[in-house]
Design a protein around this ligand. Structure first.
Ligand code: NOJ
Length: 695
């Protein structure tokens, strides 16, 4: 504080006290409507309590719900609040993504910023900024610099509530269990749910769908939903070990709390609200961030053909890496991931994260030579930094680790944070160990630090066991993809494996957050039935296998968006099925447009996507355990134009359990504007590429 500041503070205090004393006693209520008028937000200060409510076509989506913040050493912003002013704005712009599920994104919204002032205790104020889009709303807290909130601020509670209704159907994963975000999607009436990560998806009895999430999670802790009373959730912010929940200083802005709203399930996945609520690109020219497809020394470890360490058959050898590079070069893949390349993997790597050395390769892996060989073949090595969530150990080596990656030509690093939730190691200046959550403010800061350090070296990040996605890829386009849900690996060793409904759930839940490195494309659908290669490497339970047909594995490339897509299986398994493999070779990962065509949460979903470079259209559809017949309009194709459709669909006898390999691969002529009818087997799918025919 400067010498001249104190008197000013005193004056401001008097002014605010006067304002509070003259604040209108009557409750005020303000309304904001989406540009199409279908969604409304009502903000009120009834009985001194700041609240908001959301309605869709006049029907309640979120009943009046509280707003507010509590601090440990300062008066909170909770009761005794009155609306002291408001401003309005609206905007209709279109911005371009450097890569993404669509090139052009329209941001059309109306805005209402409401200032609430406290009428009891020292003068305090907060602005709650609301934005209403045609596909949902967002709001955030903006706490200006002010005398009563001076100095370090510790948020101990965010009071935001979401009154969703007791009987509203809900799809979610639990937020407070050991496996972070990696759970089979649970369903229930909202009134029976104790806690949930976001995105959490809901359906009201009248068919309106909505989803709660957050956008632009920067230097704050992640929000989950905790039941306050049946059908009303409160924003639960993840705490630092020993508290508080967020360490900050005024002025600050919270992440946006979002409520997407749509008349049907598909409406939810045709929304850009999360990206629109993030700041524009801060990295400038990001032409070095390149979407693509990759293979890697990866599934071999999960199915116990190879080991990460030297205690079995070490996978990451120079020779094996070159075999994958040759395969990648031959088949048009841009990257080769190699896991287990560095010192630290021998033994119990899950618990020995402090042993990881990120600049020293295993003796049988010549990283410089592998990097050189890859580049000579037009392929890039994809780096891997498994940390076992020993964050301090990683941060101590971060710059040198990324320098090495840059030196050997790596353009993407996959990071990993394998550890139970709440077990991320932070060692403080005194050398004391602390254990933090994967979605704490500490980890939110850590991930951004890695992304920014990587950007300085033109490296992109694919984080596994990450914090959830909140759309920061718009601001930092090198944060390309992440895991953050059960991926394919659970089908090798997860008990139980992912059920047939899993991907149809992900499309309407986890994927609302952003891209996922799901690692699709398993062709040997019973990997654990093969005899072990060595007695020390027993295979997993044969019941663990992808519970899908082969055609559904192909559909995943179109349905589950990621700018980096892995062809996860072993090269020899692709070589054994060149006909089906052709689709993986042809499919693209960067899109001009994406349109969700049809679907119901957890049941089925169909997407059409247009390749950004080729302008060719692709279609992917998949179903849960129920076979179904889909008739999809080909309205995305040029009307009346004829196309060759290269179709990969379930055969007549296909069934994920008894006959997963029955696939029909055929070419048909279709015309834009017609419909496309297809049968999906139990846990089946279809993948199509459309090529325009000469006119
Ligand atoms: C878990 C990741 O999800 C997986 O992809 C990786 O192979 C292992 N951790 C080892 O880092």
């Amino acid at each position: 504080m400067t010498k001249h500041w104190k008197p000013l503070v005193a004056l401001a205090t008097i002014a605010w006290a006067a304002l509070a004393a003259t604040a209108p006693a009557l409750a005020e209520s303000l309304t904001l409507a989406s540009p199409d008028g279908q969604i409304t937000v009502t903000v009120s200060d009834d009985e001194g309590q700041a609240t908001y409510a959301v309605a869709y076509r006049g029907e309640t989506v979120i009943a009046p719900s509280k707003l507010g913040l509590l601090f440990s050493e300062h008066h909170g912003l909770e009761r005794g609040l009155a609306i002291a002013g408001s401003t309005r704005d609206s905007s209709d712009t279109t911005w371009e993504q450097p890569w993404g599920e669509r090139r052009l994104v329209r941001d059309r919204h109306n805005e209402l910023a409401v200032t609430f002032a406290a009428s009891r205790g020292p003068a305090r104020r907060m602005v709650v900024r609301f934005r209403a889009f045609d596909t949902g709303i967002g709001f955030r807290y903006e706490i200006p610099e002010q005398p009563a909130l001076e100095g370090d601020l510790a948020i101990v509670d965010e009071l935001t509530q979401f009154a969703v209704g007791e009987d509203t159907a809900m799809w979610y994963t639990p937020s407070d269990e050991f496996n972070r975000y990696e759970y089979i999607t649970r369903t229930g009436p909202a009134g029976k749910v104790a806690n949930a990560h976001t995105p959490a998806t809901f359906r009201k009895a009248d068919g309106i769908h909505f989803a709660i999430h957050e956008a632009a999670l920067v230097d704050y802790s992640a929000m989950s939903l905790g039941a306050l009373r049946p059908g009303t959730f409160e924003a639960r912010l993840r705490s630092w070990q020993g508290g508080p929940k967020v360490r900050t200083k005024a002025p600050f802005k919270s992440p946006w709390r979002t409520v997407q709203v749509a008349p049907d399930a598909v409406g939810l996945i045709n929304s850009d609200i999360i990206l629109n609520l993030n700041e524009p690109n801060k990295l400038g020219d990001v032409s070095w961030v390149e979407p693509g497809k990759y293979v890697g020394i990866w599934w071999a470890m999960h199915i116990k053909d190879r080991t990460w360490g030297r205690d079995g058959i070490h996978g990451a050898t120079t020779e094996e890496a070159k075999r994958y590079i040759d395969f990648a070069a031959k088949n048009g893949f841009s990257g080769v991931l190699v896991e287990g390349w560095n010192i630290g993997w021998d033994g119990d790597w899950f618990n020995n994260g402090d042993q990881f050395n990120f600049t020293q390769a295993m003796p049988d892996f010549d990283i410089a030579e592998v990097g050189r060989y890859a580049r000579s073949k037009g392929v890039r090595l994809i780096g891997h930094h498994e940390t076992s969530a020993n964050i301090t150990n990683y941060e101590n080596q971060l710059e040198a680790a990324l320098d090495l990656m840059e030196k050997v030509g790596v353009r993407v690093v996959k990071t990993g944070y394998v550890a139970d939730a709440g077990d991320a190691v932070r060692i403080d200046e005194k050398g004391i160990r602390h254990y933090e959550w994967h979605d704490s403010q500490f980890m939110v800061r850590h991930h951004l630090k890695v992304v920014q350090e990587a950007a300085r070296r033109h490296i992109a990040i694919d984080a596994h066991e990450p914090v959830k996605d909140t759309g920061l890829r718009r601001t930092y386009p090198n944060w390309m993809t992440r895991e953050g849900a059960r991926g394919m690996e659970f089908n090798a060793w997860g008990s139980p494996p992912n059920p047939p409904s899993h991907e149809a759930m992900l499309a309407f839940t986890r994927m609302l957050a952003g891209p996922m490195d799901f690692t699709p494309g398993i062709f040997d659908l019973r990997p654990n039935e093969r005899p072990p290669l060595r007695p020390v490497m027993p295979r997993g339970d044969p019941a663990n296998r992808p519970q899908t047909t082969l055609a559904k594995q192909l559909a995943l490339y179109v349905v589950l968006y990621s700018p980096l897509q892995m062809a996860a299986d072993l090269p020899e398994n692709y070589e054994a099925r060149p006909d089906a493999f052709q689709f993986i070779k042809d499919v693209e990962t960067d899109w001009e447009q994406s349109i969700a065509l049809a679907g119901e949460v957890g049941e089925y979903v169909a997407f059409a996507r247009q390749g950004r470079k080729s302008k060719n259209w692709f279609l992917g559809a998949l179903t849960d355990e129920h076979p179904r017949d889909l008739t999809l309009p080909l309205d995305f194709l040029e009307k009346g134009r004829r196309y060759t459709a290269e179709i990969y669909r379930d055969g007549p006898d296909a069934d994920w359990d008894t006959n997963p390999y029955d696939i029909v691969i055929e070419k048909k002529t279709v015309t834009g504007g017609e419909t496309f009818a297809v049968h999906l087997a139990s846990s089946g799918g279809v993948a199509v590429r459309f090529l325009p025919m000469a006119q």
